[in-house]
Ligand binder design. Sequence first.
Ligand SMILES: Nc1ncnc2c1ncn2[C@@H]1O[C@H](COP(=O)(O)OP(=O)(O)OP(=O)(O)O)[C@@H](O)[C@H]1O
Ligand SMILES: [Mg+2]
Ligand SMILES: [Mg+2]
Length: 540
Amino acid sequence: MLARLLLRRPCASHIQYRFLHAGRAGREDPRWPGYEVVIGIETHAQLKSRQKLFSHALTSGPKEQPNANVSVFDAAFPGTLPKLNPKCVDLGLRASIALNCDIQKRSSFDRKHYFYSDLPTGFQITQQYAPLAKNGSLDVYLPDQPTPATVRIKQLQLEQDTAKSTFIGRTLASLVDLNRAGTGLMEIVTEPDLRSPEEAGAYVRALQAILRAVGASDGNMEEGSLRCDVNVSVNRAGEPWGTRCEIKNLNSVRFMQAAITSEIRRHIDILTSPNPIVSQETRGFDENTFETFKLRSKEDAPDYRYMPDPNLGTLVLSEERIATIKRTLPELPWETRRRLLSSYGFPEKQVDTLMKLDSVKDVPLDGETSTIQGPIQYFDALCEGTKRDSKAVYNWMMHELLGQLTSRKQDFQSNTLTVQQLAELIDLVQGKILTGTSAKYLMRHMLSNPSNQPTKQVAEEQQLLSPEQTQEVKGASLVNDLEGVIQNAMESMPKEVAALKAGHMGVLNKIVGRVMKESRGRADAKSVKEVIERVVSTTP
Ligand SMILES: Nc1ncnc2c1ncn2[C@@H]1O[C@H](COP(=O)(O)OP(=O)(O)OP(=O)(O)O)[C@@H](O)[C@H]1O
Ligand SMILES: [Mg+2]
Ligand SMILES: [Mg+2]
């Protein structure tokens, strides 16, 4: 056995995991031998606030009618003034605390000037010089690493989003939708601590999970509420870092990893060419060719003429306000992970699957405490304070329930089976009052007919309790009950029975299958097989 294991070729995922951290561990990455990669990420995350950062206008979803939520301030009418939305500050604080940042008791706002049709004022209000929070960190777990990689967060700043412009080629006109103008964003900037495309992807996923967990952002990349600018440089191993290029506006982890990989190869091509000078550039990513392309060079970089915004004073935060937010913060993903690992003793893979499912739960607006039960809360409720076997709970919830929901094209959030109902179902199976097959049938029935009825009652109504139990409940005989079902099945399959009598054992399973179906899983397959074999051998 050992020899077989040793000789087994590593599967693709082993190979991939081995070089995930090649750079960090000081080992070479076989994809680019002799080179090292440095990556820093700037993430723009939309704050999950009902109102915009400096106006009372509502924030909009992607399906909103254009220009429906616009105040005179968002449209840059002369004489209008900004009023900082305290909810947005609180959401920024939630994220900053979750990212272990030093909260700045005093921060301020600056104007970043540029001229583009999606920016009605001609400047964006941001926190260039005195951001809300600095010096944070985020632990990023990769599948092959026993310890996480710690990514330092340089700063977290609040800023306004721009409007959206759409170019219409046919009329050569740009249409401007001001719904997004002035929506609150956080820009979260890392130090250049990432070393591979996979690490960068894992960082964005971890950040997304944290922002969702604390309700600061829904972190939805497809809908544009989380967008990343990625800075990449490449150097020969042991030499100083190379020149960074920044790839703008990546809206999926897959595209981000592809963009970084393509950029690394481009830098290596330059470094091995006769003129090995990488110039600092801002680049875009072409989703069709999976390559980056030049937007502008450092020389053409706009001069943003930053200046303090004269209409906004200093944002001063009291100890008390920060303490209140700290107190009301929910359990953070890494805390949940640690707790699940230690209290249930699950392998990491199972914990991560549960956490992944939990990360898509709907977080309410404005960071209010969630009343919606996410998958982890559901799981905890099934296990907490009970002697129920957590491994059985995991299987019933993550394999059976989730499987049935998926086949019904439902997600976990639309699950109607209550904690009490699933708990009772698991207990009935563990107590051998319900067979596994009947329990699956029962779950399907309960999902199709949602009610608050106790599981045992539904099982009784559906005549699903195992025959011993039915005997108790209804006074029926176990043997008669089962044999009756077997007899009916055999009578309805004369050809198969004849084949079985002629020694074709292959048809046995077909008959057993019919009995299991007729008994709706109440029967035990092994005893059914035995009874059929006995009946066949004792009848002519
Ligand atoms: N040599 C390097 N290789 C890769 N990334 C780097 C390198 N040096 C710095 N970085 C990263 O580049 C990013 C710089 O972001 P920052 O917001 O500070 O400035 P910027 O990109 O010049 O400004 P803007 O916000 O206008 O885009 C950081 O994430 C930092 O970690
Ligand atoms: Mg930046
Ligand atoms: Mg940048």
